[in-house]
Design a protein around this ligand. Structure first.
Ligand code: AMP
Ligand code: TRP
Length: 327
């Protein structure tokens, strides 16, 4: 059975991009693969974050993933900082990566642009991500389009380590969905929907009320020529809506476009389809928030399962690179 691994930052409420680009596929993968998912709280330390907020968001992100359909009986769900091998392997991989390749990471350039004080951790962020992946011998990494470059770096680090020190790591592949991999902001369709930078009106949260969700879809920016066709370059706003309705109803964007003459009708159907798609997720979440202790207990079991695998891989890597075993 193939192993899949993915991670998500506890940096705020989940949005439609997270769900369609990544989490929906995590849910599907847990039924057919050995699936490992982590809430990457150490990655969140690369930007300003209030300690109390980090703690509560980490818990909440786990709740939201369970609400989205992750089943702890079928996958391993844990918090990154609960498994100490993540930072330990990161060091070995930081001594494998070069400054040059980390400096080329687009996510680093974006997040550091315009800041006069950039944390060293923001620069080495993709190495910690590589450790997340390599510790579990993952074959596939289901992510949105924005993560391709990080997975490519992970492959290079694994190959370099293997060729220097002998076969140690499985070389993973990114798994990016064909539709939904890049959900755009509803107000600024040239920008991807994102927790941190988007306008509130442009970002559909997984737990928006049906009224808020419908309002955001209704007010989505399109264009004024009224020609309803799928053209991501000339008509990015409309294309985004067509793609969303396509994933929600399992069709292609072109086929969806064929069914409409008016933007308003498309928006109405899209809002309804999204409300329906997210109804079970909202329902499960309201059940889970009532029992925070149960979620904490599930995370402890997840960490234990993850640790058993990670410890073994770390030992293999430490041994290969020549660290003296402790006793
Ligand atoms: P993040 O919220 O940055 O931790 O991302 C969690 C997952 O959601 C990653 O796999 C991202 O690639 C994916 N993702 C984030 N934003 C989008 C988006 N706008 N469209 C599609 N996937 C996304
Ligand atoms: N960097 C990823 C993001 O911002 C999150 C992440 C951390 C991740 N570790 C990972 C994704 C391991 C896949 C695999 O979305």
């Amino acid at each position: 059975m193939a192993t899949v691994l993915s991670g998500i930052q506890p940096s705020g409420d989940l949005h439609l991009g997270n769900y369609l680009g990544a989490i929906r596929n995590w849910v599907a993968d847990q039924y057919v693969h050995d699936a490992v998912y982590c809430v990457v709280d150490l990655h969140a330390l690369t930007l300003d974050i209030d300690p109390a907020e980090l703690r509560s968001r980490t818990h909440q992100t786990a709740v939201d993933l369970l609400a989205a359909g992750l089943d702890p009986e079928r996958c391993t769900l844990f918090v990154q900082s609960h498994v100490p091998e993540h930072p330990r392997l990161t060091w070995l991989l930081e001594c494998t990566a070069t400054m040059g390749e980390l400096g080329r990471m687009v996510a680093f350039k974006d997040k550091s642009a315009g800041r006069d004080s950039v944390r060293a951790g923001l620069f080495t962020y993709p190495v910690l991500q590589a450790a997340d992946i390599l510790l579990y011998d993952a074959d596939r990494v289901p992510v949105g389009d924005d993560q391709r470059q990080h997975i490519e770096l992970t492959r290079q680090l694994a190959e370099r380590f293997n060729s220097r020190y002998g076969a140690t790591f499985v070389v993973p592949e990114a798994s990016v969905p064909t539709v939904g991999a890049r959900v755009m902001d509803l107000q600024q369709p040239e920008r991807k929907m994102s927790k941190s930078v988007s306008s509130p009106l442009g970002t559909v949260l997984l737990f928006d009320t049906p009224e808020d969700l419908s309002r955001k879809v209704r007010r989505a920016v399109t264009d004024s020529d009224g020609d309803l066709r799928y053209d991501p370059v000339a008509k990015p706003g409309l294309a985004n809506l067509l793609e969303l309705l396509a994933v929600a109803t399992d069709r292609t964007p072109d086929l969806v476009a064929d069914g409409y003459l008016r933007y308003g009708d498309l928006k109405k159907d899209l809002a309804e389809a999204l409300v329906e798609l997210l109804r079970p997720v909202r329902q499960r979440r309201s059940e889970l928030v009532g029992d925070p202790g149960a979620v904490t207990a599930l995370l402890a079991i997840g960490a234990e399962k993850a640790h058993a695998v990670a410890a073994e891989t770390y030992r293999r890597a430490a041994d290969a690179i020549g660290l003296l075993p402790p006793g």
